[in-house]
Design a protein around this ligand. Structure first.
Ligand code: 3HC
Ligand code: NAI
Length: 696
């Protein structure tokens, strides 16, 4: 046996087979050392007469997560990944890759450069580059269609989704699934290939597209889904180049890859990738040990309580639901059961699995049933008196050390905590509707929440599969506070001359899945109406108030549930409500406003800047730890286009100087609303950007 090592790639030769092990923890990212190590390994295999075939395998929990994303913003270091893969593919001795865990991006491209692909049963294979704003840049768009055809390749590459082992074996992406010991299985497989000519995907003639209009249709369909994101559309272009000879196709692929790698969208998507992981890293919490949570109590089985219960059951917790009376309890159970039906009907859960989960659900009207709960999440009506009463009862019923959480959207959690004798055990766990589907969780700390209680919130969030973001107490925390400003700005523009559907169209073109007025129709206009009435006594007299939504609501048009709101809902289509339009025009007239036109760009800019300005205040006040926390809340909870990186990242990309100058110009029309956030002023004065506040 001979053995040579570079830092990240090892070779051991055993009985004629070289085992090349990639060992670059934590995810075997393809750093420069890995690329160089692979090239060196291939050179050694070529010259070592004792080697007749090779197996490439990953050490640790996965094969490879792909190119090292941390190298992207920096000058490329040789050798390139395409060179590395060419060296593997060129081997005259058969090269077999053995995949466990994931083979993603460049990791799968390396696998496509090998002559045979074997997968462990749980393996997942994918080309997620589009979600980083790029395309596969090392032959993936050229080799994959040669292996599995254009249609299947288009699906994987433009969605970035991961194929499981079964699918990979069926499509031909994998040659076999190895049950049992993967390395031994790969060694046996490689031995059987000794002496066979290498199978090189680059040597296969390009397949024919499935239909003459295949690429034109694919481009149109992908562009519709991508909502402004460039990379999936460019990926179709790269795939189309696979009809050319391989050398020309990879050249075109590389050009597109390099062009996208430096783009603003790629920068924003990289920011989102790292921000999604950074939000869980809270300075000062390193020593806090989360409390053990196995049994979860949920108080209130309405929209949110039922969703939270389902999220908790699916994550493996036992759940005890508490409701105000037996009728509501039965409705709560029914809500939970219906949520689970959603999984069953989509084939994502069997009836048996649903029955198992419901077996872990207890329900009671007696708070005594919460005596064993480790965590209790309250989701009753949004009313301070009701919440205080519930927390006082909970205080009496819950065991010492239990974590007590509220799902309130806006209320002061300090005040809720003060209804108990253990305010340090109280925090906010703010879920988003539907709570079993939406991935955002705001973890709200009060002035008194204990560090280990916050750490417990993060641990539970992780188990629930959520992206958790720490927030402080204020009206609306991070997300709903920004939403309030977003909506205020939209209302101002409607009163000044835009129509609600103009705003919706502009914001959908910006990349939101649904415009704000359609969202209001969906959730019911009465909800924001109630909130405006709650805030009326404390609203500053000098603040501009737009009464249009109140009048629409008072007319009984509450949105979809009444068939009419900002839009009229008939036969499954939404058309602008002419009566709402009349109200808009009357209200502008009543205020003496001369209505004017707003271009889509102006609508987008004003709304984005309102979000940025409020986001800056939220960071400055310490409600959000960093700008990246604001970005994650907006992306994960409010449909802010990920490819814009969130509002704070978008501000950096535009340039803070320009943002500030525009805000100052808006302030000349409405000084009260458009006062620039002091943090924004300071960053511009210091020549800094929001990203400077994000830390390492
Ligand atoms: N490069 C650099 N670092 C990476 C990385 C990558 N490709 N993938 C993950 N990491 C880092 C994470 O940032 C994290 O670092 P941290 O501990 O400092 O926060 C650490 O590795 C662990 O990652 P996760 O917390 O995400 O671990 P999980 O086990 O939950 O997930 C994973 C593992 C499924 C591999 C997930 O990390 C992932 O999806 N990674 C990105 C995969 C990807 O997009 N690859 C394509 C890269 S682009 C490419 O290959 C271009 C090519 O075509 C030329
Ligand atoms: P909902 O009205 O659908 O459900 C509230 C439930 O609480 C009802 O089933 C009611 O019977 C029950 N309840 C009321 N008083 C109770 C008591 N004393 N003891 C036990 N149960 C009691 O309301 P929804 O929408 O689920 O909201 C609940 C909370 O979640 C509110 O604080 C709301 O602000 C918050 N929230 C709501 C979101 C949404 O989109 N609906 C999003 C995020 C938070």
């Amino acid at each position: 046996m001979t053995e040579t090592e570079t830092a990240a790639v090892g070779i051991a030769v055993d009985d004629g087979i070289a085992v090349i092990t990639i060992d670059n923890p934590p995810v075997n990212a393809i750093s420069q050392a890995v690329r160089q190590g692979l090239i060196d390994a291939m050179a050694e295999i070529a010259t070592n007469d004792a080697v007749e075939a090779a197996v490439i395998i990953g050490a640790g929990r996965m094969f490879m997560a792909g190119a090292d994303v941390r190298e992207f913003g920096k000058p490329p270091l040789p050798p390139t990944l395409p060179e590395t893969i060419s060296a593997i593919e060129a081997s005259e001795k058969p090269v077999v890759v053995a995949i466990h865990g994931v083979a993603l991006g460049g990791g799968l491209e390396i696998a496509l450069g090998c002559h045979y692909r074997l997968v462990a049963p749980g393996a997942k294979l994918g080309l997620p580059e589009v979600s980083l704003g790029i395309i596969p840049g090392a032959g993936g768009t050229q080799r994959l269609p040669r292996l599995i055809g254009f249609e299947a390749a288009l699906d994987l590459i433009t969605t970035g989704r991961q194929a499981g082992a079964e699918e990979a074996a069926q499509s031909g992406l994998a040659d076999a699934i190895i049950e049992g010991d993967l390395k031994q299985g790969a060694l046996d497989f490689a031995k059987r290939r000794i002496g066979e000519p290498p199978r090189r995907l680059s040597a296969i003639e390009a397949p024919k597209p499935e239909s003459p209009d295949f690429f034109a249709e694919a481009k149109a369909a992908v562009a519709r889904r991508a909502r402004g994101q460039e990379s999936p559309v460019k990926a179709v272009e790269a795939l189309e180049a696979a009809i050319l000879p391989f050398a020309e196709g990879v050249k075109r692929e590389r050009e597109i890859f390099v062009e996208l790698r430096g783009s603003d969208q790629a920068k924003a998507l990289r920011h989102a990738f790292f921000a999604e992981r950074a939000v869980a890293k809270v300075p000062g919490l390193d020593d806090a040990k989360p409390r053990d949570v196995a049994a979860v109590g949920v108080i209130g089985g309405g929209t949110m309580g039922a969703g939270i219960s389902v999220a908790a059951l699916r994550a493996g917790y036992s759940v005890t639901l508490i409701e105000a009376d037996v009728g509501a309890l039965a409705r709560g159970r029914e809500n939970i059961s219906k949520n689970l039906d959603g999984y069953v009907s989509r084939g994502r859960m069997t009836e048996d699995a649903k029955a198992d989960l419901l077996g872990k659900l207890a329900a009671s009207v007696d708070y005594g049933a919460l005596a064993d709960a480790d965590l209790v999440i309250e989701a009753v009506f949004e009313d301070m008196d009701v919440k205080k009463e519930v927390f006082a009862k909970l205080d009496a019923a819950a065991r010492p050390g239990a974590v007590l959480a509220t799902n309130t959207s806006y209320l002061d959690i300090n005040e809720i905590a003060a209804a108990t004798k253990r305010p340090s055990d109280v925090l906010g766990l703010h879920f988003f509707a539907p709570a079993h589907i939406m991935r955002l969780l705001e973890i709200v700390r009060t002035g008194t929440t204990a560090p280990d209680v916050i750490a417990t919130g993060f641990a539970v969030g992780r188990k629930l599969g959520k992206v958790s973001v720490l927030a402080g107490v204020c009206d609306g925390f991070i997300g709903n506070r920004i939403l309030a400003h977003f909506r205020k700005q939209a209302d101002y523009m409607v009163e000044d001359g835009a129509m609600p559907w103009d705003i919706d169209a502009a914001m959908e073109a910006f990349g939101l899945p649904m415009g704000p007025f359609k969202v209001m129709d969906l959730s019911g206009l009465d909800i924001s109406y109630a909130m405006r009435r709650r805030l009326a006594p404390t609203r500053p007299a000098e603040e501009r108030y737009v009464a249009i939504a109140d009048r629409v609501c008072e007319a009984g048009w509450l949105g979809r549930k009444t068939g009419r709101g900002w839009y009229v809902y008939e036969d499954g289509t939404a058309t602008p409500n002419p009566d709402a339009e009349k109200i808009v025009i009357e209200e502008s007239k009543r205020k003496g406003i001369t209505r004017r036109d707003f271009s889509p760009e102006e609508i987008q800019t004003r709304i984005l800047y309102a979000m940025i300005n409020e986001g800056a205040r939220i960071v400055e006040e310490g409600i959000a730890l960093r700008p990246l926390d604001v970005d994650m809340v907006e992306i994960m909870g409010y449909g802010f286009p990920r490819w814009r990186g969130g509002p704070m990242c978008a501000a950096d990309i535009i340039g803070l100087e320009r943002v500030l100058a525009d805000i100052r110009a808006f302030a000349s029309e409405d000084a009260y609303y458009w006062e620039a956030a002091p943090l924004l002023e300071r960053l511009v004065a210091e020549g800094k950007s929001f990203s400077d506040l994000n830390g390492g």
